[in-house]
Ligand binder design. Structure first.
Ligand SMILES: [Zn+2]
Length: 412
């Protein structure tokens, strides 16, 4: 089945098919006079508008859209029970996190709700959120457990993720995040919880083959560097690839640990040190930045994206979609925040949200740019140019989203 995608205002893609780093990060390739030929869901070629092509089965009118690679959201928490809008309302009135936690809010309220909810309800809620994210242009996701904090519920969350992988028309990579927080019942015996993660949860997740990555919340008051190293080493020994929530709230040294252990990605990095940056670059760790979280937590201290780019680090952007610290479905909003709050250009923002997200998930051969041989994972914008993605802030300009050559969202 060969499709010709015509009437495209701009085809916009990262320059290289594998990664945007160094000067390539500053550029996008833009075609203003071309069509895309798709063959069996894959990108076959980009041809001039006037160039004829034999054997086209179907012509699809892009309605003068700007066509970009569909976004790759490489850090989300999609599966959870309940929502925390009342807590948000208290937070914006100045209530401190500790006060909210003492009132029964915070991450432990999501843990309680996730433990209580049956698998079907968790699945349905995750599907609703996933569809809203697709409607904002994303077609590939990483998503995590981490709201169970007991073996049974962590496995339940991962089974829901597996069901999303099997039923939803998007790409999904699964991550085990049993070390997201210390559950209330282990508050005074953290070592026992670490043993539970290492000796029971990780082997069970491995045996069921339902997560590719292991992640941890390495943070002051949660898991310190030594504890994080213990858990991540065990995960690595079992064959998991590593991701780390690092240096989000305090400069604890998560960036250094990510470099030391050869993690695929370290995420947040608001307080990453110079040494952490060096070690991550030496080890090729992706710097995954989540400005939506900083914004939603009402901080003015954003991650040092420009330092990473100056040092030729690999920069990705993600939503960190979760019920507490970043309740947004929108990658365009994240790119806007990255530009306005971290100083990225529009081109850098789009590269970080597409090809570099794909790279961080090992999917750079499959998605993240518009190059022959990749899946036709495309986002169609109703806009005069790709720059309106950021310039027209807070507005969803996404008209349609395609995954493997099939529309998975079309604005009605
Ligand atoms: Zn997160």
């Amino acid at each position: 089945m060969r499709i010709r995608l015509t009437n495209i205002r701009e085809i916009v893609t990262p320059v290289c098919p594998d990664l945007a780093v160094g000067d390539n990060m500053n550029h996008l390739t833009v075609y203003t006079d071309s069509d895309i030929i798709l063959s069996d869901g894959m990108i076959e070629s980009i041809v001039h508008r006037n160039q004829s092509h034999p054997d086209v089965d179907q012509v699809v009118d892009a309605e003068n859209s700007v066509v970009l690679p569909a976004f790759v959201d490489s850090h989300t928490h999609l599966v959870f029970g309940g929502t925390r809008e009342d807590e948000f309302n208290l937070r914006i009135q100045g209530k401190k996190y500790m006060e909210i936690a003492a009132m029964g809010g915070g991450i432990n309220s999501t843990v309680r709700a996730t433990r209580m909810e049956d698998e079907e309800t968790l699945f349905e809620q995750a599907v609703r959120n996933l569809r809203d994210m697709v409607a904002h242009g994303t077609a590939t996701f990483e998503t995590k457990s981490g709201y169970g904090l007991d073996t049974e519920t962590e496995l339940k969350q991962l089974r829901v993720i597996k069901r999303l992988q099997d039923t939803q028309p998007v790409g999904i990579k699964a991550t085990f995040l049993g070390a997201h927080e210390i559950p209330t019942e282990f508050r005074n015996r953290k070592e026992d919880y670490i043993k539970l993660v290492c000796n029971e949860m990780l082997p069970a997740v491995k045996e069921q083959g339902i997560a590719e990555y292991c992640d941890i919340f390495c943070e002051t008051g949660v898991f310190n560097i030594d504890e994080s190293r213990t858990i991540l080493r065990k995960a690595k020994d079992l064959g998991f690839k590593l991701r780390i929530h690092a240096d989000e709230l305090t400069p604890l040294g998560g960036g250094e640990l990510a470099g030391e252990l050869g993690a695929v990605s370290a995420d947040h990095l608001v307080h990453v040190s110079g040494t952490g940056i060096d070690k991550m670059i030496q080890a090729g760790v992706v710097f995954n930045m989540l400005p939506g979280t900083t914004f939603f937590l009402m901080s003015d201290h954003f991650a040092p994206a420009l330092d990473i780019l100056a040092a030729n680090g690999i920069l990705a952007l993600s939503t960190d979609f979760n019920p507490g610290s970043s309740y947004t479905h929108s990658m365009p909003m994240i790119i806007t925040l990255a530009c306005l709050k971290m100083g990225l250009t529009i081109e850098q923002g789009i590269n970080a949200a597409t090809i570099n997200g794909a790279y961080s998930l090992g999917l750079q051969d499959v998605t993240g740019s518009i190059h022959p041989g990749k899946q036709a994972d495309l986002t169609f914008l109703d806009a005069p140019s790709y720059k309106f993605l950021v310039y027209n802030f807070g507005v969803n300009r996404v008209r349609a989203v395609m995954k493997k050559g099939k529309f998975i969202f079309q604005k009605s």
